[in-house]
Design a binder for this molecule. Structure first.
Ligand SMILES: Cc1cc2nc3c(=O)[nH]c(=O)nc-3n(C[C@H](O)[C@H](O)[C@H](O)COP(=O)(O)O)c2cc1C
Length: 439
């Protein structure tokens, strides 16, 4: 195993070469040069050149065969999603989701900062496959510098492709205004249209009626950035990395109580425990209490589950959690799990768009119960109510925000019950808990 550790504009880039895996994004990140010149030196835009001599269906087939699944959270097969786009629509759109709102997630930011042309090329190939030249990028409002870098790359990339291959793409970059919910694809479409960023009921799905009523395909930054690699190196190469149903290289964001937080590129299916070891283990001098495997929407895993878990969609789901955005947050034994739950619940209550009653009221009620328990005012009935509410509201609203705001709470109460119960009129053993022996 070899560790590469280099400084950059985003702090340290940490890359691991493990078991013969050299990384595909990492060598480009390590160049630390987002220019077109640098990208062309790496063979940039050759995948697009290849694709222009293929039929769109051939491109979709290759991506389907690669097994690429969406990196935005849900893990939907990308080629299958593309094949849902109608062939005969008068206008169609590709939308790149660069909202990156999931707490603890920063992988798309690296792609945009270090290799924006990889994303531009990936968008062009994907647009070609679904039969459009019209592309919209929705980038989170807080990513000012990234939006600047991307806009420059878009302008250069579009001009280069027009002069080199005679093909015109229309790519617009729009900036959000700081709401988490507009990362959800239909909330994003509303926001792009200048409306309130509230998710839309489905059906109709975006592939039927999306941006301005036209068929639209929404894909995440990392998903689109995988596409040039698949075209250049082939579906078989991509499939040879990772697991049978979770293929390819993957960017993992590691944060929380670890010695070496940062971005790690590893094959899908890498053991979660080993990733935390690569990140230097806990930084708190104590043991691990829990690990959030996929951004804060993903229910935390216990140390026992951590022993078994591998970083792929199937393994993490088998523990009642999600690979989500593959953003791992390490919680240490000194941290109070009720406080963690309260913190997460607060975020989802604040960010609920308020459209659906179960989400608006349910996430707020979960936050209220965590706060009450954390501050030593909770009762056994409150713990039971917390479990009841967090078990009954998932799946009850227009979008999955309600699941994000309730499933972690359900897991905390069921898997860390003893610690939750220790807050009832007693004191919590965790150092980092206001209601504890230590403060
Ligand atoms: C509440 C909520 C927030 C989301 N935020 C993001 C986000 O910030 N970025 C993203 O790519 N996907 C986000 N998603 C997932 C998108 O709805 C959508 O599934 C994704 O952009 C599809 O791209 P993919 O198939 O390439 O993964 C979010 C979903 C939900 C329910």
């Amino acid at each position: 195993m070899v560790e590469i550790n280099q400084s950059s504009s985003l702090g340290r880039i940490r890359v691991w070469k493990v078991d013969g895996f050299e990384g595909v994004f990492a060598p480009l990140f390590l160049k630390n040069d987002p220019s077109l010149k640098s990208y062309l030196e790496e063979g940039g835009y050759r995948a697009l050149e290849k694709v222009l001599s293929m039929g769109p269906d051939e491109v979709i087939e290759e991506v389907k065969r690669s097994g690429l699944r969406g990196r935005g959270g849900a893990g939907f097969p990308t080629g299958v999603k593309w094949s849902f786009m109608p062939k005969d629509a008068e206008r169609k759109f590709l939308v790149c989701n660069a909202d990156e709102g999931e707490p603890a997630t920063f992988k798309d930011r690296y792609i945009i900062t270090f290799v924006p042309h990889l994303l531009v090329e990936g968008m062009m190939i994907s647009a070609y496959a679904i039969g459009t030249r019209e592309i919209l990028v929705y980038i989170r409002g807080e990513y000012w510098e990234e939006a600047f870098i991307l806009k420059k790359a878009v302008q250069e990339g579009v001009e280069y492709v027009k002069s080199r291959f005679g093909v015109s793409f229309d790519i617009k970059v729009m900036q959000g205004a700081g709401a988490y919910i507009v990362g959800e694809e239909t909330g994003l479409l509303n926001s792009l249209e200048g409306k309130r960023g509230q998710p839309r009921p489905r059906p109709p799905y975006p592939a039927q009626k999306g941006y301005m009523g036209y068929p639209t395909c929404v894909n995440n930054v990392e998903t689109l950035a995988c596409v040039p690699f698949i075209i250049n190196k082939g579906a078989d190469w991509f499939k040879s990395i990772g697991r049978e149903k979770s293929t390819g290289p993957k960017l993992f964001c590691v944060s929380g109580k670890v010695k070496k937080p940062g971005l790690y590129e590893l094959p899908m299916g890498f053991p979660l425990k080993k990733l935390i070891e690569l990140a230097g283990g806990t930084s708190c001098g104590g043991k691990i209490k829990a690990v959030i495997p996929g951004g804060t929407s993903a229910p935390p895993l216990t140390p026992d589950e951590l022993e078994e878990a591998t970083l792929d969609f199937e393994s993490i789901a088998s523990f009642g959690s999600f690979l989500g955005t593959a953003s791992c947050v390490v919680i240490c034994e000194h941290d109070c799990i009720v406080r963690v739950g309260w913190n997460m619940a607060h975020f989802y209550a604040e960010e609920s768009c308020g459209q659906c009653t179960t989400c608006r009221e349910g996430t707020r009620f979960i936050e209220y119960l965590f706060e009450k328990i954390e501050n030593g005012r909770g009762t056994e009935k409150d713990v039971m109510t917390l479990l009841d509410v967090s078990s009954s509201i998932p799946g009850s609203a227009i979008c999955a925000h309600v699941d994000a705001g309730s499933l972690p709470a359900k897991k905390i109460v069921s898997s860390f019950k003893e610690e939750v119960m220790s807050h009832l009129g007693k004191v919590c053993n965790a150092k980092n808990c206001e209601f504890s022996f230590h403060t």
